[in-house]
Design a protein around this ligand. Structure first.
Ligand SMILES: Nc1ncnc2c1ncn2[C@@H]1O[C@H](COP(=O)(O)OP(=O)(O)OP(=O)(O)O)[C@@H](O)[C@H]1O
Length: 327
């Protein structure tokens, strides 16, 4: 499969007004994305996601490194590279607020060189699909934020580019609209061979829409894997032991230094040990240890993880590329 996006050792720093020190927002990132991939770009606030997206879509120039879109160097041939890209930035800045929904769709498709006739069918399809029929002749500034967001995504789709960047597509939306946008994205991915990069803090978007996730922290990529691999990686190693005993201080401190991520007490006086196991022998070591200390085990459950927890663990440093290889 061909590489649609190829970035090599990209760096970007900002100088804050009046400050001597530079902020290194992106510290040397390399990444390739293949045609048809849908990639979630995740990271805590300030990690460098927006900076990375803005560089990939030609809105910011990196200090170092190269970015190729469909093999075209965005720095050397910006306009040519940008023909392959559409972008929905936070705050729907890709819309004309004083044009109607239909006018926006027509304008942005026309802007890409599509004739009115060519876009008619697609526009009607998108209006129905995004449930915008009732609002098609209303000005965008009169719509709710969720509606505006849907128009912004529809505009990116009507442009019919190979690559679509979505920066926080569900930010600030209510649960229903967020669900609707997620569902639409999923359907679009299934229908059309688009390459989509979504930056988000919305974990259901990652779990339901993305196949691959790239996690950025302090300007570096700290994980890049299939969503299912990351879920499996953490799921298979997290266990919850329910013990019919109260532990002594020594037992607790021993467990805490060796394996256990958290120890708590439930309301019937049992002790709950949440354990992250790196190697399968550790699992038996814990059981042996509890047996030696004569601590009765009521049950052992494999804890289920959702992507939110996986993300938190990775960002806190609980992940290495060696772990990924062991899945
Ligand atoms: N125009 C700017 N001038 C100075 N510093 C900036 C500028 N834009 C971003 N930064 C800094 O660069 C770093 C990365 O910011 P960026 O917006 O790329 O992160 P992010 O991962 O998108 O964060 P968020 O999730 O909060 O949107 C942060 O420390 C931020 O303060």
């Amino acid at each position: 499969m061909e590489n649609v996006i190829e970035i090599q050792n990209v760096k970007k720093s900002y100088r804050k007004k009046g400050a001597k020190e530079k902020v290194e927002a992106v510290k040397g990132v390399s990444l390739t994305v293949k045609k048809g991939e849908i990639v979630g770009l995740l990271g805590p606030n300030g990690a460098g996601k927006t900076t990375l997206i803005k560089m990939m879509c030609g809105l910011l120039i990196p200090n170092e490194g190269t970015i190729l879109i469909n093999g075209i160097n965005i720095r050397q041939k910006r306009l040519q590279a940008m023909e392959h890209i559409s972008v929905v930035l936070e705050g729907n800045r890709n819309l004309y607020w004083r044009l109607t929904v239909k006018e926006n769709l027509e304008y942005f498709a026309g802007n890409r060189g599509h004739s009115k006739k060519q876009i008619q069918e697609k526009m009607e399809h998108l209006i129905d699909r995004f449930n915008l029929r009732e609002k098609e002749n209303e000005m965008v500034n009169a719509l709710s934020r969720g509606m505006q967001q849907k128009v912004a995504v529809a505009v990116a789709l009507i442009a019919n580019t190979d690559v679509i960047f979505l920066d926080e597509p569900t930010l600030g939306l209510d649960l229903e609209t967020s669900y609707e946008i997620r569902t639409l994205l999923k359907e679009i991915v299934e229908e059309e061979q688009k390459t989509i990069i979504i930056s988000t803090h919305d974990m259901p978007v990652v779990q339901e829409v993305c196949e691959r996730v790239v996690i950025v922290n302090h300007g570096n990529i700290v994980a890049d894997d299939r969503v299912e691999n990351l879920l499996q990686l953490f799921e298979s190693k997290a266990y919850l032991f329910t013990l019919n005993a109260t532990l002594t201080k020594q037992q607790i401190s021993f467990l805490e230094t060796h394996f256990v991520t958290s120890i708590s007490q439930n309301d019937v006086g049992q002790t709950l040990l949440e354990v992250n196991i790196q190697q399968s022998e550790d699992f038996y070591r814990i059981i042996d240890l509890l047996a030696k200390e004569q601590i009765p085990i009521e049950k052992i459950d494999r804890t289920t993880v959702d992507f939110e927890e996986v993300f938190m663990k990775i960002v806190k440093g609980g992940y290495s590329h060696e772990m990924a290889k062991s899945v």
